[in-house]
Design a protein around this ligand. Sequence first.
Ligand SMILES: Cc1cc2nc3c(=O)[nH]c(=O)nc-3n(C[C@H](O)[C@H](O)[C@H](O)COP(=O)(O)OP(=O)(O)OC[C@H]3O[C@@H](n4cnc5c(N)ncnc54)[C@H](O)[C@@H]3O)c2cc1C
Length: 395
Amino acid sequence: MEALDHDHGGCLVFDSFTLSALPPEDEALRAPVRALIAEAIADLSLDCRARSWQGFDAAFSRKLGAAGYLGLTLPKAYGGQERGPFARFVVVEELLAAGAPVAAHWIADRQSAPLILNYGTEEQRQKHIPAICRGEQFFCIGMSEPGSGSDLASVRTRAERTEKGWVVNGQKIWTTNSLHSDYMIALLRTSGGPEDRHKGLSQLIIDLKAPGVTVRPIVDLTGDAHFAEVFLENVELGPDALIGAEGQGWHQVTAELAFERSGPERIYSSVVLLDAWIRHVQAVGRADTATTALVGRLMAQMGALRAMSIACTARLVAGESPVVEASVVKDLGTSFEQEVPLAIGDDLASHPDEPVSAELYRTLLYVTHIAPSFSLRGGTREILRGIIARGLGLR
Ligand SMILES: Cc1cc2nc3c(=O)[nH]c(=O)nc-3n(C[C@H](O)[C@H](O)[C@H](O)COP(=O)(O)OP(=O)(O)OC[C@H]3O[C@@H](n4cnc5c(N)ncnc54)[C@H](O)[C@@H]3O)c2cc1C
């Protein structure tokens, strides 16, 4: 948040969210990507569409890749589109608004490919980035461990150097999509102990089919198993598994988390439910003041968050790293995402004589159950507020 680092006499918060518009050439992506999505979701029920982040459909990801909707920010030399963050904003917005199944390519496209581009060797770039852009290689993120979630500096899982490369021992937890992924990019301790904090951490690419890797699903509150525990027992990796410099894992992970937090995806987790509820309200012909006020309030909140998220994207386009702004959007955005199912549940409960479709009820139930995770995944609210406070010079 460079604007806040300089004392230039103005009001600190005014500089942070300068509103911006999506360029017409990127807006033009909406119609063709919408057509592709419509085909993919034609047979999906509302509650399946509400699972968008968890919806794994490798064939759909390959279609997106073939049509040029993956790797939008990545160089053409590696199979990307070189279109930039605004184009990605439009495509991600369309995918999430429709509730398309994005899980297969989601992490690879958003985080792993940019990380490999920035820190990987030429060989790693050639091996992974074009395949990610085609929707053919899937990745998961192995940061959290039992006892190390917010406090990643205390990671214990170790990679020891051997004559042939590395040998890894330890355990990761809450690893989204590890059941279906090809590779995990893991944060591992390569020297020192947990007391050394961020010193001695490195990132390695682990082939999840390697001997010694066991992935055990964790069933969540909704009955789905989209994340898992990953056990690593004497997993042997080649010398080429290391991404970036040994001991630089902390610095690299911090940069990676900025990709994870700055996208539009932190405001749309309840949008399929919101859309379905507004259609329900229209269908039953409600026009009372309370309903109008609720629809207006939720739409106004979403519009403001969307404008803030586009403002963050404009900073990425300008080559900046809007770490603090992205934390503000994630904090407010996930609060909005969590409020939607509560407000809609209260609304439907206060109209007990109204016919409500089973599909809308199932969608409400699913989003209500999953909503607590919105403010945990990608960094908890308290951690984000600590980052904001630091950006304002308060810590
Ligand atoms: C749906 C979902 C998907 C996830 N996917 C992945 C994944 O793919 N890969 C991965 O590595 N991890 C993943 N995670 C894990 C996630 O990143 C962690 O759950 C998160 O970082 C919190 O860590 P923790 O669960 O260990 O909680 P803790 O760190 O133990 O925190 C418990 C509470 O204490 C608060 N707290 C902790 N430290 C501080 C502090 N310094 N100041 C103030 N408050 C503090 C936290 O905010 C929280 O409220 C996922 C989690 C969820 C819910």
